[in-house]
Design a protein around this ligand. Structure first.
Ligand code: FES
Length: 221
């Protein structure tokens, strides 16, 4: 029993015969300094990292208000060809906030993917999915062509040539009375499955959809 007691370590540094110990001291000065400097280092690192982290992930939790704009009447569009319309994406920056969108009626012979069932209209963005140059619909070739680096997309906006990493983005559509309205932008993968909008250069097939999460600003450009 006596042996057991002597093996029990005292909490006082003086009982443990530590050189320079004070009466009543329970933590050595060396240990105290080590813990204090580690805590100070942790606080200094957090003061740099937390604001950076906040800037990086904060926008994920912000939502952009839904905006619908009338771009024409039902009779203006056919189901065999695209009609270009101008859509205001960001009214705060004037002309620079406008973009061309190619719109046509839904065509069951062309729009065979399951994701377009039920849409009355198809609206394809002119923003190239490579670096964002404006693409042009070339009716004779039935292709969207990008003049910057030779990106080529088929009738449905799927990439068929050049460096773009995914199909052209699209916009939600709806008909109110006789008016055709375009709503928020969305991105699609190579099967035309819908995703929240991504920036140009961000692939959506396979692991790409997880590596490049959407950011709210992508909606406005
Ligand atoms: S921006 Fe269109 S191919 Fe590069």
């Amino acid at each position: 029993m006596a042996d057991k007691r002597s093996k029990h370590k005292s909490k006082y540094t003086i009982d443990r015969q530590i050189p320079g110990a004070f009466e009543g001291e329970t933590v050595t000065r060396r240990r105290f300094m080590t813990v204090s400097s580690q805590a100070a280092g942790g606080i200094a690192a957090a003061s740099f990292l937390l604001p950076a982290l906040g800037f990086a992930i904060g926008p994920i939790f912000k939502s952009t208000p839904e905006h619908w704009e009338t771009v024409g009447t039902v009779g203006m569009f056919t189901d065999t060809n695209y009609t270009p319309v101008v859509l205001t994406l960001n009214p705060e920056i004037g002309e620079a906030g406008k973009t061309t969108v190619y719109v046509r009626k839904y065509n069951s012979a062309i729009d065979t993917d399951p994701y377009d069932q039920g849409s009355a209209f198809i609206a394809i963005s002119s923003r190239c999915a490579h670096l964002g140059c404006p693409v042009r619909w070339v009716d004779a070739a039935e292709r969207f062509i990008c003049p910057c680096h030779g990106g080529v997309y088929d009738l449905l906006g799927r990439r068929v040539g050049g460096p773009p990493v995914r199909p052209l983005d699209r916009f939600y559509t709806r008909v109110i009375g006789e008016n055709v309205q375009l709503g928020p932008r969305f991105s699609v993968n190579s099967e035309l499955r819908r995703f929240s909008p991504r920036d140009p250069g961000e692939p959506l097939d396979g692991i790409g959809q997880y590596l490049y999460p959407s950011r709210p600003g992508a909606q406005k450009l």
